[in-house]
Design a protein around this ligand. Structure first.
Ligand code: UT7
Length: 339
């Protein structure tokens, strides 16, 4: 459009809407595969021990997908539960945004397999940001709602990392699990104290791509690829960058650490979670921690933990929740939400 041309009335209307709308979390849901594998069981096939895994990561077990528990299957179950919690129908969803690093196929997007399974309309796409995939998808959907482009969205993180594990590499195969988590977003009014996403901050440093990557291609059954990680380097970046991004979120909203009700962190390592909780001055009981039971489920870890704490009544309407994640890319970011 010519920059000198004044906006049409309907364009002004969309811009007007932007100032008033906020993306509200209307419901949460999740899915975990039925099969649970403990550290003890893993130590029978790889040179590791329950003691090492617990001490270095806080992980005690992980859920691993059976063949029928595909990325789309788990995402659909999580989405159905989020929809039920929101009281909305699939037909009311304008967009499905799905964060995953382990889609079932190169295309169609897993989001569209979910759309078909739910009988939803609108549009949808997958988003690749590894463990930050949910935060990236949440930020993208939130921006579209705030801009008035859509009124509702399903935001999902779904991962089957068991399919990209090198089960001989004890440095990585003990760390990850499978699962999915989802939220339903709907447009609400913006205003002090009202529910909704207050801010999303996204970051990436492609120059650090080689410290955590998959050495193969999606959709290549002959060369599916395995996850490769320099754990010590990722750990170092995770602690500093996540601490910076949570402080960035507080500063952007004019909030103090004491204002945070709950931290819902990415569940990669208990030591990283504890370091961020400490930086925020939060007592451990205000930090939602699932890593002991779920291990690292990548893009699913934050919505899985959020759903658990909403369903067991810890996180209540009105609470201020800070979510954060860091993953391959490197990608990292945070989302601050009033529930
Ligand atoms: O979600 C994406 C983001 N990912 C992360 O945030 C992961 C960040 N990194 C980490 O969480 C940690 O670095 C790990 C848990 C991956 C590793 O912990 P670490 O304290 O950094 O251990 P390390 O890699 O320095 O290894 C220490 C030792 C090594 O042996 P030597 O060389 O000291 O003899 C490893 O070979 O531990 C050994 N080791 C193991 N031993 C038993 C590594 N993996 C295992 C294992 N069982 N599973």
């Amino acid at each position: 459009m010519d920059q000198q041309t004044p906006p049409l009335p309907e364009q002004r209307c969309v811009q007007g809407l932007a100032a008033q709308k906020r993306a509200v979390i209307a419901g949460t849901g999740s899915y975990l595969p039925e099969t649970v594998v403990t550290n003890e069981e893993l130590s029978k096939t790889v040179d590791t021990s329950d003691e090492w895994i617990r001490e270095r990561t806080g992980i005690g077990q992980r859920h691993l997908a059976q063949p029928h528990e595909t990325c789309a299957f788990m995402a659909t179950r999580a989405a159905e539960r989020a929809l039920a919690a929101s009281g909305m129908r699939a037909g009311e969803i304008d967009a499905i945004l799905l964060g995953t690093a382990t889609p079932d196929e190169a295309f169609p997007a897993t989001a569209l397999r979910v759309q078909a399974a739910l009988g939803a309309g609108g549009f949808g796409f997958d988003l690749s940001a590894a463990c930050s995939g949910f935060i990236y998808a949440l930020g993208t959907a939130e921006a579209m709602i705030a801009a008035g482009r859509i009124r509702t969205a399903l935001v999902i993180g779904s991962e089957v990392y068991s399919r990209i594990m090198n089960w001989q590499d004890r440095g990585t195969c003990v760390l990850f699990g499978d699962g999915a988590g989802a939220v339903v977003l709907r447009a609400g009014e913006a205003g002090a104290g009202l529910p909704g996403i207050l801010s999303v901050h996204l970051h990436a440093d492609g120059g650090l791509g080689d410290i955590l990557y998959v050495d193969g291609a999606v959709g290549r059954s002959d060369r599916p690829g395995h996850l490769v990680m320099n754990g010590r380097e990722v750990f170092r970046h995770a602690v500093t960058r996540l601490a910076d991004t949570v402080e960035e979120a507080l500063a952007a909203n004019g909030l103090a650490k004491a204002d945070i009700g709950w931290l819902v962190p990415h569940q990669a390592n208990k030591r990283i979670i504890d370091a961020i909780g400490k930086r925020l001055g939060l007592p451990p009981e205000r930090v939602v921690t699932t890593v002991e039971r779920h291990a690292n489920t990548s893009a699913a870890s934050v919505p899985l933990a959020l759903d658990e704490a909403v369903r067991d009544g810890r996180i209540r309407p009105g609470d201020l929740v800070l979510m954060e994640a860091l993953g391959g890319g490197l990608t990292w970011g945070s989302a601050l939400v009033r529930m």
